[in-house]
Structure formats: structure tokens, C-alpha cells
Design a protein around this ligand. Structure first.
Ligand code: DC
Length: 217
């Protein structure tokens, strides 16, 4: 069995930074599953359709090509909201499940494992993996981090707007009927509110090593 490290949590809690660092440390492939939902949402928006329309959203998910994930426009907050809307549609989630499982079964470039981040990786996509992290942080801190990230990308945003968008997404992602954002019972939780990236990485690495997953030396 190829090892899969599942990393879940709300937006801007620090999943991506941690996932990339762990993937690099273990030599595993990394998949940011938020990009799959973002690319689907983006396709619907650019076709002038409503992301809450199940037919358009499913069409977007079914026609995803790997190149779609490289689109720089996926990072904007309008796309994030559309992603969160298409993500609540069961047929969309079903269509994207295979992509995620195939990625872990056949990681690109022959990597010996996969690090996969999202909202339901430890609960639905890979419930049997013994390596599960759940990353959280206070809403205000996440909004600040997100604002900084958007500004670094040259996207001007205002704090109140980012905060409200994040609240809306948190609510939609954790209250939806299908695969809501939730901590798997057996996940190791890290609250990054007062931690820097280095200490988050150390805590995650200690957990993985304690579960006998050691980086190749
Ligand atoms: O991780 P992100 O912020 O890029 O994700 C964008 C949206 O996609 C998020 O608000 C909810 C959805 N999503 C999901 O429902 N399940 C996942 N595994 C990943 C993302």
C-alpha cells in the first residue's frame, strides 16, 4: 500500500505550507484538492453559469484537464466561493473522487507516497490511512494570513471582505450534507493560531514518526 498523508482543515489554517514541506521531506507527491474544486468553479463562472447549478458544475468537474489546475486565476476569492458552492453538490464530489484516488495510487514521477490536502481527505477520500492531520487556526488569524497572501499575489483586498468570505466558506464547507469539513476521529489536530510554520512542521513530523512513518535518509 502506498502511504497517503491526509491533511484537512479550513481555509488559510496552514495546510498548504505544511503539506508542501512534508511532501518534500518524504519525497512524496503533493495534491492540493482545493484546486480541483476551484478549477471546477472557475469553469462554471467563465461559462457564465451559476456554480450552484448541479448540471453546469458536474460538466465542469467531468471536463477537468490537468492543465486547468495551473490557471493563476484559481487563487482569487471569487473562485474560492464558487469552489465552495460546487463542492456541496454530490455528483461533483463523486466525479472528483476518482481523480484523487488515482493520484495516490499512481503518484506522478514515481513518488513513493502522496500528501493530499483538503476538507474530507481523512474522513471520506482516504478514511483508512493511518496518517491524518487536522489543521485549524482562529478565524481572525486565518483572515489576516489570507489577506497577506492575496496582497503578495498583487490582489488588493480589504480585511472585512476577506473575513466575511472566510466565514461564509467555513459555514458552507462545514454545514453541507455531503463530506463536510470535519476532523476524523483518529486525526492529530494542530492549532496553528500561535505557531510559526517551523513549529507546525515539527509537530506534524513528530506525529508521523510516532506512527512509524520516517523520512528516507
Ligand atoms: O482549500 P481551498 O480553499 O483551495 O478550497 C476551496 C474550496 O473547495 C473550499 O471552500 C471547499 C472546497 N473543497 C472541498 O469541499 N473539499 C476538498 N477536499 C477541498 C476543497
Amino acid at each position: 500500500m502506498i502511504p497517503v498523508i491526509a491533511i484537512d482543515g479550513p481555509a488559510a489554517a496552514g495546510k498548504g505550507t505544511l503539506a508542501r514541506r512534508i511532501a518534500e521531506t518524504y519525497g512524496f507527491a503533493y495534491l492540493d484538492t482545493g484546486l480541483l474544486y476551484r478549477a471546477t468553479g472557475w469553469k462554471v463562472l467563465s461559462a457564465g453559469d451559476d456554480p450552484e447549478n448541479p448540471e453546469s458544475a458536474l460538466k465542469g468537474a467531468q471536463t477537468l484537464a490537468p492543465d486547468d489546475l495551473d490557471n493563476p486565476e484559481l487563487r482569487g476569492d471569487e473562485t474560492a466561493q464558487a469552489a465552495s458552492k460546487v463542492a456541496a453538490i454530490p455528483s461533483v464530489r463523486a466525479a472528483l473522487l476518482d481523480f484523487q484516488r488515482n493520484f495516490a495510487e499512481h503518484p506522478p514521477t514515481g513518488a513513493k507516497g502522496a500528501v493530499i490536502d483538503g476538507r474530507d481527505i481523512g474522513t471520506v477520500v482516504f478514511p483508512a490511512t493511518p496518517y491524518k492531520l487536522f489543521i485549524i487556526a482562529a478565524l481572525e488569524v486565518r483572515a489576516e494570513r489570507r489577506l497577506k497572501e492575496l496582497r503578495q499575489r498583487g490582489i488588493e483586498s480589504i480585511h472585512a471582505r476577506v473575513l466575511q468570505d472566510m466565514k461564509d466558506r467555513d459555514a458552507r464547507d462545514s454545514q453541507r450534507d455531503i463530506a463536510p469539513l470535519a476532523k476524523a476521529e483518529d486525526a492529530f489536530q494542530i492549532d496553528t493560531t500561535e505557531m510559526d510554520a517551523e513549529s507546525v512542521f515539527s509537530a506534524a513530523l513528530s506525529y508521523l514518526v510516532s506512527r512509524s512513518l520516517k523520512p528516507a535518509s
